[in-house]
Structures are given as C-alpha cells and as structure tokens.
Design a protein around this ligand. Structure first.
Ligand SMILES: Nc1ncnc2c1ncn2[C@@H]1O[C@H](COP(=O)(O)OP(=O)(O)O)[C@@H](O)[C@H]1O
Ligand SMILES: [Mg+2]
Length: 278
C-alpha cells in the first residue's frame, strides 16, 4: 500500500499547489510511482503548475461518481514516466455542493477512490483547497499524513494553527480504521527568507512551531526563480541553478517521505549562519 498525503492550509496562496507538484515530481524522479490529485474543485490549478494544462479528459469527480475508471482519468506526465496526474473539474459551481446538501460524494465512494490509488501508487498527493469542503473532510479522514503549509507571515501562521486544530478535531476521533491512529499532521514552512527571520521582519521557525504546535517536516526557501519557472509551466528542477535551493529543499522533504533522515537545510544555502536556525 502506498502512502497518501494531503497538502493543506485554510489560506490560499501559501504554496500548497506549488509544493504538491514539486514534491510529486521529486518523489517520481527518485523512482517511485506517484499520482498528484487536484482536489480543488472550485479553483483547480495543479494542471498549470505541473505543465499539464488541457491534458485531462476526465477528472476526480468522474472517478468518485463512478462515471469513469481511474485509468481513464490518469494523465501521464510528459517528463517522468512514473508520475501521473488526476485533474479537478474545469467547472464545479459552489451551487453544486449546495444542491447536494454538501454531500455529493459518499464516504464509501471516496474511500474506494483512495484505496484504488494507494494500491496502485507508492505515493498519492492530494492538493486540497483552502476551503474545507465535503471532499476535503473525507480525504482528511483517509490520508496517512497531512502537510500543513505556512509562510512565515502572521496571517498564514494563524491559518496553519486553525488548519491543525480542525484536522485534529476532525480526524482524532472516529477514524474508520482506528488501529492506524489519528492523522499524522506535520508542518512545512514555505517561502522562507532566513535573513528576514533573523532580522525579525518575518516570524522565525521556533515561533511558528510553538504557535502551530506542529512538528516541522521541512523548510522551503522563497524563490523568485522557481516562481518564474512556474509561469513557464516548468517545475523547480527544470528552472536552472537559481531555483536549485527550492528544488533541493523539496528533495529533502521527499527523502523524509521515503523514510530517510535528512537534516533540515541539507544542501540548501540559506545565506545565514548554517549552524543557527531562526
Ligand atoms: N517558495 C516560494 N517562493 C516563491 N514563490 C512561491 C513559493 N511557493 C509558492 N510561490 C508562489 O506563490 C503563488 C501561490 O502558490 P500556490 O501554490 O498556488 O498556493 P496555494 O495552492 O496555497 O493557493 C504562486 O505564484 C507560486 O509561484
Ligand atoms: Mg492551490
């Protein structure tokens, strides 16, 4: 059985989709079979970030509704043979959820979908929306771990705190398979600017950990080069040497996912004293 991760924060723009895409391809380039699933039904964009825009005929809703097979919805990445992608629908009006009483997808149908993916892939990465909808809650109950993404800004840390609290409340009780225990909730600090943490302009890592009460899983530096590459449909590893610190930090996270112990900033030049974490 593969591992499934939800990438989450109740705040938009903190890098959930960016990290989902880059983590997926990094795990795939390490030799694992990976599927990245866009679960942002109302505002999909993982296809763009993966550089796979307009490549999907079917989407996650078709799979869960049972109107198409997973095989039909899977899109193979053009760069890496063992990376696949499942799109969110092009159009999913909010009213759709309202008209179904917010419960379009049954527990059983979502569980079947997740099981099919974890049986087939080593890693399943669910890119979640900022708004915790019905599908979000069901996936949270089924995933092995959650990565709560936060920038080191006051507003996104507040959102990370809320996300972690909600996930604990949601998944701490009544999990289908209680032997698996509660959801493993970890923190990824994205867009990190060590100099700004050091000077006090932005919140430092210790303060983020103490506020969110989450174990830190990874720190990903702010990277203009990665962002520019993304605009051209490229992932960080394709963005040349200037996006390498970002790519390397994601590689460290991917290595931890595979069970390897990797120091927080291995191979990432943070530009400040390497022995000090701010
Ligand atoms: N580490 C980073 N450094 C610089 N820009 C980033 C970083 N992570 C994300 N971004 C940029 O932030 C924007 C929002 O990212 P996105 O992944 O769409 O956020 P979310 O999915 O949480 O809404 C994108 O333009 C992306 O390129
Ligand atoms: Mg997103």
């Amino acid at each position: 059985m593969g591992k499934s991760y939800i990438i989450t924060s109740f705040k938009g723009g903190v890098g959930k989709t960016t990290l989902s895409a880059n983590l997926a391809i990094t795990l795939a380039r390490m030799g694992n079979s990976v599927v990245a699933v866009d679960c942002d039904l109302e505002s999909r964009c993982l296809d763009i970030v993966l550089g796979l825009e307009n490549s999907a005929l079917f989407n996650i809703c078709d799979c869960i509704r049972g109107t198409c097979t997973i095989d039909k919805a899977l899109v193979r990445d053009t760069r890496c043979d063992n990376l696949f992608f499942i799109s969110a629908p092009a159009f999913y009006p909010e009213s759709q959820e309202d008209s179904t009483g917010g419960d379009e997808f049954s527990d059983q149908a979502v569980a079947k979908f997740v099981k099919q993916l974890t049986e087939r892939f080593d890693y399943v990465i669910f890119d979640l929306p900022a708004r915790p909808d019905n599908l979000y809650r069901k996936l949270a109950l089924l995933a092995d771990a959650a990565f709560v993404v936060s920038l080191h800004t006051a507003t996104s840390i507040r959102a990370a705190e809320k996300t972690a609290m909600a996930l604990n409340e949601l998944t701490g009780y009544g999990r289908e398979n209680e032997t698996r225990g509660g959801l493993d909730i970890r923190l990824i600090v994205n867009g990190f600017k060590p100099k700004d943490a050091k000077s006090g302009i932005n919140v430092g890592l210790y303060e983020i950990i103490s506020k969110t009460k989450l174990q830190l899983y990874g720190v990903v530096p702010f990277s203009v080069a990665m962002s520019k590459a993304q605009e051209m449909g490229k992932l960080a590893y394709e963005g040349g040497s200037s996006s390498m610190p970002f790519a390397k930090a994601v590689e460290n996270i991917a290595s931890r996912c595979t069970g390897r112990k990797v120091p927080l900033f291995k191979g990432v030049d943070t530009g400040v004293n390497k022995n000090t974490v701010y």
